[in-house]
Ligand binder design. Structure first.
Ligand code: FES
Length: 355
């Protein structure tokens, strides 16, 4: 039950500017302002993004397109970025990262979410989040972008990696991009090919677009010959860490890529390292094969986090001393003041973290 319709809430967003200034000067508290706004409409907040579910559509056997209408706080979002969707299960708040497949006018966005075997949160969202429900979203993150001035673009997606690339593709075609585009979507079986009808329609309308599917359960894994027609194109890839790592091996830094599953790491215990979480005044001994997020949690801390896959940036902290390795790229960082993502950083020795 709300006192104002969501449309009016969006139109009244300009009223929040002076309130934000008062909060910034500590003359008002954001939580108190939010409580009043939420009383007027459950999706109204000073800065946080709340959205109403307006539509659900299965676009493959295991991938759901969710259409949402946001309050006025989703500013500067772009298709191809990703947002956290938060849901409370048994009183505990959980977050899951989904790509923005469309960012439209009036706060309308579309997300693509794939079923994860045994994934409690994703299955709750996919099976039980009804049209009309209100959810909280994090701010959009992500750097994937359509290459400007390229002679053509190759899009390489595996699994739900199609969602980020579809967002970019839809926008590029709507803007009139006319150079060749080749999209290869790798999935295990035919039922996992997503947005097939829409992609086939786009191919009919845009002769410069060619879409192919690789069924790994039938045709085997991605091989160099599958990429022969991508030669000379600017390449974008999105998929699990292993898929992106294989492509990086072929194309190096020429590839613009985003990986969305946790990087693989050594299961064997590493060596003991000393951890100093400076702001919390907590010191602990940890294992050099575990992420700093796991180590901080094992030490009793509750760092902010979302995806636990190095995507959403919610767990970013500052390295004060020592060295860490980024599990996604293998890059070591030892510069004091360096921003690191706790969930994908392992300590290379004793470290001090601003947490
Ligand atoms: S929790 Fe999302 S980047 Fe670390």
């Amino acid at each position: 039950m709300s006192l104002l319709p969501l449309l009016l809430v969006r139109r009244l967003t300009f009223l929040l500017r002076p309130l934000r200034a008062l909060v910034a000067h500590a003359w008002l508290r954001e939580a108190e302002v939010d409580a009043v706004l939420a009383w007027l409409h459950p999706a109204w907040r000073l800065n946080r993004v709340f959205a109403r579910v307006e539509g659900r559509e299965w676009v493959s056997d295991d991938l759901l397109a969710l259409r949402l209408r946001c309050n006025g706080n989703a500013r500067g979002w772009r298709a191809g970025q990703h947002v956290q969707l938060y849901l409370e299960i048994d009183g505990v708040r959980h977050g899951r990262s989904y790509s923005l497949t469309r960012v439209g006018a009036g706060g309308r966005v579309e997300l693509g979410g794939r079923r994860q075997p045994g994934g409690r949160l994703s299955n709750r969202i996919l099976d039980h989040l009804p049209v009309g429900a209100l959810v909280e979203l994090g701010q959009a993150q992500g750097e994937l972008h359509w290459p400007q001035g390229s002679a053509g673009v190759g899009l390489l997606a595996a699994g739900s990696g199609i969602t980020a690339l579809l967002g970019l593709l839809r926008e590029a075609l709507a803007r009139g991009y006319a150079a060749p585009i080749r999209l290869l979507h790798c999935v295990r079986r035919a039922g996992q090919r997503a947005y097939v009808e829409e992609l086939q329609q786009l191919m009919r309308r845009h002769p410069n677009l060619d879409v192919r599917w690789l069924l790994s359960g039938q045709d085997g894994r991605l091989q160099p010959q599958h990429l022969a027609d991508m030669h000379g194109l600017a390449l974008l890839a999105c998929g699990p860490a292993g898929f992106v790592a294989d492509l990086r091996g072929c194309y190096g830094e020429a590839l613009q890529a985003e990986a969305f599953s946790a990087p693989v790491r050594d299961a064997a215990p590493g060596r003991a390292v000393r951890l100093d979480f400076v702001r919390s005044r907590v010191e602990a001994v940890g294992d050099s094969n575990r992420s700093l997020l796991e180590l901080a949690e094992a030490a009793g801390l509750r760092p902010a986090h979302g995806c636990r896959q190095g995507i959403c940036a919610s767990c970013t902290c500052t390295l004060l001393a020592g060295a860490v390795r980024d599990l996604r790229s293998g890059t070591p960082f030892a510069e004091p003041g360096q921003a690191i993502r706790l969930c994908v950083s392992v300590p290379l020795g004793d470290v001090q973290i601003d947490l």
